[in-house]
Each structure stands twice: as structure tokens, then as C-alpha cells.
Design a binder for this molecule. Structure first.
Ligand code: TRP
Length: 447
């Protein structure tokens, strides 16, 4: 393709920028907040095993597909899908995939921002909790305060809007390249702390020793949804970033790097957290509060804990920001391209929509806690519907598009490879394995 290195939003110059941005998008609350509590809620080892299998056999192949589409299209996901369906001479209805992704992004952002607000609020925590009941009741009373939750949710959304308004091309590199390694080091340090908590082995075996009797349809669906969520797949975030990727970079190598780093961070978070859970007689199925209870407890009992606590929650908030911007970017890029909005206006309007929806999520922990649908409050409902339904569906359509619709030559050209055995395996996964598995999981769950 002529001019294949151009997108109207620009292209990332640095060799590492795409990897950094995609890793920044992938590594976030999903790894440190959600993965441990989902593992705890779903029985530990068996969930982790299925989650890892979903990453390898569905997540990575779909990530390669999503980046390939993005870079080939060089536009916002909506226009990329339009352009590529023209190129493949097929129905323009594929554009709907881009549109659904943009909507999913805003929906996810709405509750993500509420939880990210907790992380910011915890920067200002005192980290001198005497025992587990004090930390737990502190977290509970925090959730019971609509004002506090809305305040921190608003702070987080404003930061997200501000970054996206300036453009995700600039400014991101420095933050992610310096701070992500720091977060990583801190997690390793927390794992070392956990080693001497007295329940290290118990924590490890909870996390890695599968109890197959715990596997149910909903555990499998949860693991599948978590795999999509943690890799930022299925809604166009990685596609939007792919549009800014220089054409010389290897998509395959990049996808493997991002997925490995992401998985490593999630496992480290689990290894750090579960021993603390057991050492303090807490329940692993403590739900969304797990990280906000275990880690403050750990910080309270270690030397210089207050300092470590502050640094940890600052880094967690930044990791959440580098993820949230990728949730807003696809819809903003589309308004800028198609409706000629200014980037600032688009970010403000769409961010405000996500903020308004997020209010309902924030209130679902207090004023609206009685309001439930299918046994879930608004926060859980948005989370469930986006992560466990929309993302796997989006992912499957991405797999089908690359596997069945795109021309082989376009794909090979984009990946700069020959039609070798690995390519054939990958296409086989996209065509048959991934759609089949996701269909089975859905059917298993709903029956
Ligand atoms: N992957 C991020 C996390 O683990 C969240 C996220 C960012 C995301 N962009 C996304 C999830 C796109 C799904 C789709 O915290």
C-alpha cells in the first residue's frame, strides 16, 4: 500500500512506542485489582489455568489479528473496518464492529474509572491499620460514601480526558517507559514480602493448584472474559493503537511481548496478594475490595510502609490511566476523523458520557445498592455485560474478519511473513478454534 505509514492522527516514531502504549493499555487495574479478586471469587487454581489457556490459545492469536486490522486500516476502528471491508469487497456492515467497540469502550471506562478512583483515593491513606477488621471496615465505609466515590471517579475521568485531548501520540512514552518498570519492581518486592508472611505456600497453592471440581460454566466464562479484558482485546483499543504503529515493526513479536508482560504482572499481583489473604485470615473471595484490603494491611506492617503504600497507589493510578486512555481513544479518533470534531471537544463530550454512566456505578455501592438486575448491581452488571459478553463477541468477529474475510495477500503483507506453518495454525485458530470455543463457553454458560 502507498503511504501505509500515515494515519491522520500521526504515527508513533519510536521503536518502542507501540509496545509501550499497548503494554500500558493492557497492564492496569485488570491485572492488579481484577485478576486477584476474580481468581478468588472463582475458586483459585482452576480459574487461573483456564485464564492462562485463554490467553495463549485465544487471546494472543486475536491480538495479532486486531493489530493487523488496525495497522492495515490506519484509521479509527470504525473507519478502519469500513476501509478494510471495501478492500476485501465485502459488506460494509463490518463497520458496526468498530461502532460496537467504541460503545463498549465507553461502557468499560464508566466503571473502570470508579475503581481507578479508589486507587487514587488510597494514595492518601495513612497505612497504619492495626488489623484486618480495621482495613475492611475502612474500605466498606469508603464505599458507603457516594460523595467520595463520585469525587475520585471525577478526578480520574478528568485526567483521562486531559491526556486523550492532547493526543495519545505524545506524552505517553516518558510516563510508561519510566513508571511501568517501577511498578513491576514494586510488585516483585511485594512478592518477597509475601514470602515471609507465613502463608506463602498456602497462597501459591491456592493460585496454582487447580481444583477441577470448582469448574463451572460461569467460571469458564469469567476466565475467558478476564483474558479479553486484561489484554485490552475485542473493542478496538489495540486496533486504534495499531493504526499508529510504524509499518516496519513486527506485529507477531509485539503481540507476544505485550501478552507475556501482561500475564507476568497479573501473576505477580496474585503471588503478592494471596499469601497476605491467608496470613491474615481473610477470605479469598472478598470481591472487588481484595487489593484495597490486603495491600494496605501489608504496608501497615512493613518498615517504611507508608512510603511504599503511597508509591504503590500512585503507580497503580498511572497504570490505570495508561489503560483508560485506550478505552476513550477509539471513539474520539472516530469523531475527529468522521465528524471533524476537534480532539479536545471529542474527548470532552465522550468522557462526559462515560462519567455520567459511571455515576450509576459509583452509586451502586451505596444509594443504589438495592437496585439489582439479574442479581447484580449496576457496577457488576456493566462489568459483566462488557467483559464477558461484548469483548468475547467483538474478539470473535475480529477473528472471523481476519480468518475468513480479509485477503490472504493483505494479511501476509501486513505481517511481512510467508505462508508458513505458523501462519496456517494461526489462521486455523482464527477461523475455527476461537469462534468454536467462545460459542461453547457462551452456550455452556447460558444453559
Ligand atoms: N486491559 C486493561 C486492564 O487490564 C483495561 C483496558 C484498557 C481494556 N483498554 C481496554 C479492557 C480495552 C478491554 C478493552 O486494566
Amino acid at each position: 500500500m502507498e503511504n501505509s505509514d500515515q494515519s491522520i492522527h500521526g504515527t508513533w516514531k519510536g521503536r518502542w512506542t507501540f509496545i509501550l502504549a499497548a503494554t500500558g493499555s493492557a497492564v492496569g487495574l485488570g491485572n492488579i485489582w481484577k485478576f486477584p479478586y476474580m481468581a478468588g471469587d472463582n475458586g483459585g487454581g482452576a480459574f487461573v489455568l483456564i485464564y492462562l489457556a485463554c490467553i495463549c490459545f485465544i487471546g494472543i492469536p486475536i491480538m495479532i489479528a486486531e493489530i493487523t486490522i488496525g495497522r492495515r486500516g490506519r484509521n479509527s476502528p470504525v473507519n478502519t473496518m469500513k476501509k478494510l471491508s471495501l478492500e476485501a469487497q465485502t459488506t460494509p456492515y463490518w463497520t458496526l464492529l468498530g461502532l460496537a467497540g467504541a460503545v463498549a469502550g465507553l461502557l468499560i471506562l464508566s466503571f473502570y474509572s470508579v475503581a481507578a478512583g479508589w486507587a487514587i483515593a488510597y494514595i492518601f491513606s495513612a497505612f497504619n491499620y492495626s488489623d484486618s477488621s480495621v482495613v475492611t471496615s475502612t474500605f466498606d465505609s469508603f464505599l458507603a460514601s457516594p460523595g467520595k466515590l463520585i469525587f475520585w471517579h471525577s478526578v480520574f475521568i478528568v485526567l483521562t480526558i486531559a491526556i486523550v485531548a492532547r493526543g495519545v501520540i505524545e506524552g505517553l512514552e516518558v510516563w510508561i517507559s519510566k513508571l511501568m518498570p517501577l511498578l513491576f519492581i514494586l510488585l516483585v518486592f511485594l512478592c518477597l514480602y509475601s514470602m515471609q508472611s507465613g502463608a506463602f505456600l498456602e497462597g501459591l497453592s491456592y493460585l496454582f493448584k487447580p481444583d477441577f471440581t470448582k469448574i463451572t460454566g460461569s467460571v469458564i466464562l469469567a476466565a475467558l472474559g478476564q483474558a479479553f479484558f486484561t489484554l485490552s482485546l475485542g473493542m478496538g483499543a489495540i486496533m486504534a493503537y495499531g493504526a499508529y504503529m510504524p509499518s516496519k515493526q513486527s506485529i507477531i513479536y509485539t503481540a507476544f511481548s505485550v501478552a507475556s508482560l501482561d500475564t507476568l504482572v497479573a501473576l505477580l499481583a496474585g503471588i503478592a496478594i494471596f499469601p497476605i489473604v491467608f496470613a491474615n485470615g481473610l477470605s479469598p473471595s472478598g470481591g472487588p475490595g481484595l487489593v484495597f484490603i490486603t495491600l494496605p494491611l501489608a504496608f501497615s506492617s512493613m518498615p517504611l510502609g507508608a512510603l511504599f503504600g503511597i508509591v504503590f497507589f500512585v503507580l497503580l493510578s498511572i497504570a490505570a490511566l495508561s489503560s483508560s486512555i485506550s478505552l476513550l481513544e477509539p471513539s474520539v479518533a472516530w469523531l475527529v476523523e468522521s465528524l471533524k470534531f476537534k480532539r479536545k471537544t471529542a474527548a470532552l463530550i465522550l468522557g462526559t458520557i462515560a462519567w455520567s454512566l459511571g455515576l450509576l456505578s459509583a452509586l451502586s455501592f451505596n444509594l443504589l445498592s438495592e437496585f439489582k438486575l439479574f442479581g447484580r448491581n449496576f457496577f457488576d452488571l456493566t462489568d459483566f455485560f462488557t467483559n464477558q459478553i461484548m469483548l468475547p463477541l467483538g474478539g470473535i468477529f475480529i477473528a472471523i474478519f481476519v480468518g475468513w474475510v480479509m485477503k490472504k495477500d493483505s494479511i501476509l503483507e501486513e505481517l511481512s511473513i510467508k505462508e508458513n506453518i505458523l501462519y496456517k495454525i494461526w489462521i486455523f485458530i482464527l477461523r475455527y478454534v476461537a469462534p468454536f470455543l467462545v460459542a461453547v463457553v457462551f452456550i455452556g454458560y447460558f444453559l
